[in-house]
Design a protein around this ligand. Structure first.
Ligand SMILES: *Cc1c(COP(=O)(O)O)cnc(C)c1O
Length: 378
């Protein structure tokens, strides 16, 4: 039965396979014996293979071993988990934070708890799959508002009585555009709604200190509920929710993806603590490098008549339908460029794209190489 299903997927161009990488995850990777420039990564600040991060992991492994043995609530809570939570809360300017094993699990765990007691959820139509799944698990009433459309959101909220919660990505993962958080925050206050921001791609990248989308808009969102992952700009694994202390205390007792899963290995926490040290000390310089490279790429894409916005390091290069996308993708690939073809169900069938993302570890020459490859292909 599955053989047939796989054939069908292949016929539609929707079959997916993983690409084996046999090098450190940097701006250049070796994939199937070939060096390729990596524009497929969310390692925005280049920290995944940073020497200080690696050293922190190695010494934590020597001290604590690898596995954490149980859920945090059983016996798996190491002091590094707690130290990291305090550091993340301080970084976000929030009262407290709680770790999860991934951004996906944070959304699955936190949204249902916040939507207890008959809360209506208002969700942007292009929110990340894990937000959508968290909303589904919540078994709450859901209203989907048009992408980044605060007026539509206001309309829907005005027409809905009772308790409310707005959920939005800070930066949208496949388009790289930014939620109008200033307007959305005002609506949350006006309608006395909980504001829930999944800032997976904003943290470390946006704002003067890299605190994320809220800081970019100069908003105090420390009273709101903010999700961040440790797998993107932080270069590692895990995620957190930051918010007020009572909420965090409640989640520790209620969020099922916190309670019923084995804790992150302590060395993974040591990695993020080292990454935070780097972000707090050298983040501004890394973000400047990233912004300069983004400007360079956006200017080059504009010359090729490819719309581009340098506000984030995510650049969707639209390719239309699945067939055209696969053709373009393979032509880019033979030119030594790794840029994933994004197809349904991640995006709508006519909105396929190459998702190009850049990091502070890239060089201007690598950006130029990408641009000349795209010039040959488009
Ligand atoms: C990547 C991403 C996640 C998932 O985070 P992981 O730590 O990779 O599980 C959640 N939300 C958004 C918006 C993302 O882009």
């Amino acid at each position: 039965m599955f053989r047939e299903k796989v054939s069908k997927l292949k016929a539609k161009g929707l079959f997916r396979a993983t690409l084996g990488i046999d090098s450190c995850h940097g701006p250049v990777v070796r994939a199937q014996g070939r060096e390729m420039i990596n524009f497929a990564s969310n390692n925005y600040l280049g920290l995944a293979g940073h020497t200080k991060v690696v050293e922190a992991v190695v010494s934590a492994v020597r001290e604590y071993g690898w596995g954490s043995g149980a859920s945090r609530l059983m016996s798996g809570s190491n002091h590094l988990h707690e130290e990291l939570e305090q550091r993340l809360a301080a970084f976000k300017g929030a009262e407290a934070a709680l770790l999860f094993n991934s951004g996906y699990m944070a959304n699955l765990g936190v949204i249902p708890v916040l939507a207890e007691d008959g809360v209506t959820i208002f969700s942007d139509e292009l929110n990340h799959a894990s937000v959508i799944d968290g909303v589904k698990l919540a078994k709450a009433e859901v209203k989907i508002y048009r992408h980044r459309d605060a007026a539509h959101l206001n309309e829907l909220m005005t027409a809905t009585p009772g308790a409310k919660m707005i959920v939005t990505d800070g930066v949208f993962s496949m388009d790289g555009d930014i939620a109008p958080l200033d307007k959305i925050r005002n609506l949350a206050r006006k309608h006395e709604a909980v504001l829930y921001v999944d800032d997976a791609h904003g943290a470390g990248v946006l704002g003067k200190h890299g605190r994320g989308t809220g800081e970019l808009y100069k908003l105090d969102i420390t009273k709101d509920v903010i999700i961040g992952t440790l797998s993107k700009a932080f270069g590692g694994v895990g995620a957190y929710v930051a918010g007020n202390r009572a909420l965090i205390d409640y989640l520790r007792s209620r969020a099922r993806t916190f309670i019923f899963t084995t804790a992150l290995p302590p060395p993974a926490c040591a990695a993020t603590i080292a990454a935070l040290d780097i972000i707090e000390k050298d983040g501004a310089a890394l973000r400047k490098t990233l912004a300069d490279l983004s400007d360079r790429l956006a200017a080059g894409l504009a010359k090729l008549n490819i719309p581009a916005d340098a506000a984030t390091p995510i650049f969707p290069v639209m390719t239309g339908d699945v067939k055209n996308t696969r053709r373009i993708s393979s032509r880019v690939e033979v030119r030594g460029i790794l840029a994933p073809a994004i197809r349904p169900p991640t995006v709508a069938p006519d909105a396929c794209r190459l998702r190009v993302s850049i990091t502070a570890a890239h060089t201007p020459e690598q950006i130029d190489h990408l641009l000349s490859a795209l010039a040959e292909v488009f």
